[in-house]
Design a protein around this ligand. Structure first.
Ligand code: VGL
Ligand code: ZN
Length: 233
């Protein structure tokens, strides 16, 4: 086991589902204080809380939440590099000693430090209804936007296992931020073989550009709305 541990999961449930060709799961991404009203607040993020709660109450086969959960010296923080926020720096995987494969890392304000209020679920979210909570970005020198695996495509979280365990066919994503964690997670979801849906009216993004939607669409991600999902379930 050489790859670094990048996630941990709280309470992987055993959910029994019948074999069926439609087993939808809801994945609520990073609905945390820092992304709603804290150090990396996403514009209008608070307005989706009622819609996300309504989604959580639909009869999905599983409801899974993800949380960005960083140590206070995380590689994605501008402070760690003593650089300005929202600039970029070249980073390498900690096992890439020759620095063969670098990646541009956006440097963020300190956010979602594990065990702080900023990292907690946003107030008002129906957090008790989640069957599993996936933590990501926990390794100091590894960034992880996707809830499936780190940015290097190496260390997996527990999400692939939980989805397999439940026999999920379709994954519905909502939450924050549309142009980072939602985008990377939804694209990975296609790569992992799932029918992948992004619930557009239950997502908010850092940027107002449409590039992320185009990128997801090209990858095979489908878009839907709360009302469509409600009527289908
Ligand atoms: C996220 C930037 C940094 C996200 C996480 O949840 O979209 N964005 N860390
Ligand atoms: Zn982060």
């Amino acid at each position: 086991m050489t790859s670094a541990q990048v996630s941990n999961v709280v309470d992987i449930p055993t959910i029994s589902v019948e074999a069926s060709d439609y087993n939808p799961a809801l994945v609520v991404i990073d609905m945390q204080n820092d992304f709603v009203s804290g150090s990396l607040a996403v514009p209008d993020a608070g307005t989706i809380i009622p819609t996300v709660n309504a989604l959580i109450n639909l009869p999905f086969k599983a409801r899974i939440a993800t949380r960005d959960s960083h140590p206070d010296n995380h590689v994605s923080f501008a402070k760690t590099h003593e650089r300005s926020e929202f600039t970029t720096v070249k980073i390498y995987h900690p096992e890439d000693k020759e620095k063969a494969l670098g990646m541009e890392q956006t440097l963020w304000p300190v956010h979602c430090v594990a065990d702080t209020e900023g990292a907690d679920f946003v107030t008002g979210l129906e957090r008790m209804k989640f069957d599993a909570v996936i933590h990501k970005g926990t390794h100091p020198s590894i960034e992880s936007y996707s809830a499936f695996r780190d940015i290097w495509g190496r260390g997996e979280t527990e999400l692939p296992k939980v989805l397999r365990q439940v026999g999920v066919t379709d994954v519905y994503f909502c939450g924050l931020a549309g142009d980072y964690c939602v985008k990377y997670t939804a694209k990975d979801s296609v790569d992992y073989g799932y029918n992948t849906w992004v619930i557009r009216d239950a997502v908010r993004s850092i940027s107002s550009s449409n590039l992320s939607w185009d990128e997801m669409s090209k990858k095979g991600v489908k878009f839907t709305t709360f009302e469509e999902v409600r009527d289908k379930l």
